[in-house]
Ligand binder design. Structure first.
Ligand SMILES: [Zn+2]
Length: 259
């Protein structure tokens, strides 16, 4: 079964992580059946709310990997919506025209329900891009940890509800949980990716039952999570082989126009 991994952070600029590390990552991924990988960037670099120069640097690092291995990598343009409309539009236009990005990635610079998200929706609409939003079911304790501004599943759902003409992906099915599936249920433009947390029995089945397999997309969150474990969670779930194929490859193939 072919696999496309839509949610990865192959951070290969650390000391000792050169060309060999990329070659090894691609080789070991192909051995697992992964034929393509979408890079979301080193989104936690320089804190949760980077300036325009830092944002461009993160995207250029992603674009460099894509340029080196265009047959394996794609990337989503990372943004800080709080910078305002002009910096957001400028960076997206740059990533689309220079690097052919197919989507937008948002992390913890703001909450998905904030007014500044209208700039993101405008950029997505203008360039026909999908928006992948970091999302997690939080509690008061988690919020106090200071990892930037967190987005609950309901906030991502609100963004999708406000922009029915924009395709949105709620990251981290396991982190969002059953609550995330219910928040997404009645929004046809909102999908979930399978990343986040250790595999949890029943959650993929629940997402397929309530959203349909067309709206569940495979993502590992490499290197935070292990690819093989996340693939196993899909392959071991009690859904049809056709639905597994949709989750592991076909849904991403639609987004990226893969053959
Ligand atoms: Zn991630």
């Amino acid at each position: 079964m072919r696999i496309f991994d839509i949610h990865t952070h192959p951070i290969l600029k650390r000391e000792g992580c050169g060309v060999d590390a990329v070659t090894l990552l691609i080789k070991s991924s192909r051995e697992l059946g992964i034929t393509g990988m979408n890079i979301l960037g080193d989104v936690a670099d320089q804190g949760p709310s980077q300036n325009a120069t830092q944002i461009t640097k993160i995207n250029e690092d992603s674009a460099r990997l894509v340029a080196q291995h265009p047959d394996f990598f794609t990337f989503f343009c990372y943004l800080n919506p709080t910078l305002g409309e002009r910096p957001v539009m400028r960076e997206v236009e740059r990533c689309v025209t220079r690097h052919g990005t197919r989507g937008i990635k948002l992390e913890c610079a703001n909450n998905a329900a904030d007014p500044c998200m209208k700039h993101v929706a405008k950029a997505a609409r203008t360039f026909g891009l999908v928006v992948l939003q970091h999302s997690w079911s939080m509690d008061t304790h988690d919020r106090a940890k200071g990892n930037g501004v967190q987005t609950d599943p309901e906030h991502t759902a609100l963004f999708a509800h406000r922009n029915p003409d924009v395709q949105v992906i709620m990251a981290h099915l396991v982190g969002c949980g059953y609550r995330g599936v219910i928040a997404a249920k009645h929004l046809p433009n909102l999908s979930v990716d399978t990343s986040g947390g250790y595999p949890e029995s029943g959650i993929i089945e629940y997402a397929v039952e309530h959203l349909g397999a067309d709206r569940v997309i495979f993502g590992s969150d490499l290197p935070i999570r292990e690819r093989s474990v996340k693939i196993g969670a899909v392959l071991g779930s009690r859904i049809s082989p056709a639905d597994k194929q949709k989750i592991l490859y076909d849904n991403a193939a639609r987004i990226f126009d893969l053959k």
